[in-house]
Design a protein around this ligand. Structure first.
Ligand code: ASP
Length: 438
């Protein structure tokens, strides 16, 4: 049995938490590979080491040297090593790291040092070899080169190792990072590379909840999820795990379990390959959502028989490097749902003008401030009447639905409502599918 354990920022935040991680790792000999994040927040309002490092890079660009932010990073690591009572040359390592940051002058390199230093400290604490991810996690064209990485990670990791998360290096050896929260991806890469039986992701919550606890107080926990459900929920804002971290493990059928470093007795959420996933009896597994989307709505009679209509609209998006999320359509109507963030500074107006020229619609309209809510669950395809229940619940809450999109796998229904109705809708849907029935 081989387990890969990834510990997130809160689990690495200080010496005491690192000792909790050590206890967990040492309680099972199968936990042979450890992947770490940089130290995160110790309390509300505290700094994450990675944020300090991004700030240090900005200082470097401005002044030619790293300043106050890097000093804060140093004091975090000095106090961690002191708390742990480790006899470890941390001051020399921090000096050497500073010199390399100033020499490299690369944002990715600077940002990656939180994981690098945390990995060094954990390796010393556990008496395990340290693996620098730059030696084995490979990037090509800005993204993970999985095929190149697996054999290298396997060779570097040997029988046991602590691997730094979040970064790797490209063909020329330059350090690259994943997007924020990317140590989850590193953990999955290591799990796949060493042929793990289980990928344990240790964090500060006991797994996924059926919806956001900021919207519904104390929602039920999710015991099992399939990879597909996870992907839908994490893409739509359930932030427990990086949404790209499933790809390496899914291909190799390796389950993921989300566990809580601070409540190791909790079972957490197990994420299983879809084929091994057994029907739990629930119609809906979870609800997730995000605010701030814009809908571009087009109407043109006989649009359905106009060859190349969608192609020409998408050509406009391509020219402006714009990504769209959903595309619900009717015979003579089509809507494009886009993240509003990309449409600022006149971009929306330009897109509408170019679409007008490209396809000459009878009507084009754009409305912003739309929230999307994803209702996810394999159980939906087994239970007749799910959408009727869903829309009845939303109607009872007095909310007008602006858009509906059902994935063809019958795994999710996405509902668009006005931003201001987001919380009310999530509560109504939660009560319908999870609430106590009289
Ligand atoms: N330290 C990085 C971040 O804060 C990566 C991670 O923690 O997964 O985004």
């Amino acid at each position: 049995m081989i387990k890969v354990c990834k510990f997130g920022g809160t689990s690495m935040a200080d010496g005491i938490n690192m000792l909790r991680a050590k206890r967990i790792i040492e309680s099972e000999p199968a936990r042979r590979y450890v992947v770490v994040s940089a130290p995160g927040k110790r309390y509300g309002g505290d700094d994450k080491v990675t944020d300090l490092l991004y700030a240090a890079h900005a200082e470097l660009v401005r002044t030619g040297h790293v300043g106050e932010s890097y000093r804060k990073v140093c004091s975090r690591f000095l106090s961690i090593v002191h708390e742990l009572g480790l006899d470890f040359g941390i001051s020399a390592l921090l000096e050497e790291t500073k010199a390399r940051i100033e020499e490299e002058r690369s944002e990715a390199f600077t940002a990656s040092r939180g994981e690098y230093l945390a990995g060094k400290v954990m390796a010393a604490l556990l008496g395990m070899p340290f693996v620098d991810a730059a030696d084995c996690v490979k990037f090509s064209g800005g993204s993970l080169d999985a095929e190149k990485s697996y054999p290298l990670v396997k060779a570097c990791a040997g029988e046991r190792a602590v691997v730094a998360g979040f970064y790797g290096s490209d063909e020329s050896g330059k350090v690259c990072t994943f997007s924020r929260g990317g140590s989850d991806i590193s953990g999955a890469v290591v799990a796949r590379a060493v042929g793990a039986d289980l990928y344990e992701n240790w964090t500060d919550v006991s797994g996924f909840l059926a919806c956001d606890p900021k919207v519904v107080p104390s929602p039920v926990g999710i015991e099992t999820l399939s990879y597909k459900e996870l992907r839908e929920l994490s893409y739509m804002g359930a932030n427990v795990l990086h949404s790209e971290s499933i790809f390496p493990v899914r291909e190799a059928d390796i389950p993921i379990v989300i566990r809580n470093t601070f409540r190791p007795e909790d079972k957490g959420t197990t994420i299983l390959p879809t084929a091994r996933y057994a029907y739990t009896g629930r119609t809906v597994t979870g609800i997730a959502g995000k605010k701030n989307f814009t809908v571009i709505y087009l109407e043109k009679p006989l649009m359905n028989s106009e060859i190349g209509f969608t192609y020409r609209v998408l050509g406009v998006f391509l020219r402006h490097n714009i990504n769209f999320e959903h595309l619900p359509s009717g015979i003579d109507t089509m809507s494009f749902i886009l993240d509003s963030e990309q449409l600022k500074g006149g971009v929306l107006e330009t897109l509408c003008e170019e679409i007008r020229l490209a396809v000459r619609p009878n009507r084009i309209a754009a409305f912003g401030d739309v929230a999307l809510i994803a209702v996810v669950g394999h159980g939906m395809s087994r239970n007749v009447g799910t959408s009727a229940r869903l829309f009845r619940a939303i109607a009872r809450a007095g909310v007008n639905v602006r858009m509906i999109d059902q994935g063809s796998s019958e795994l999710n229904i996405i509902v668009g409502v006005d931003n201001e109705n987001y919380e009310r809708t999530v509560r109504a849907v939660y009560d319908e599918f999870f609430g106590e029935k009289p």
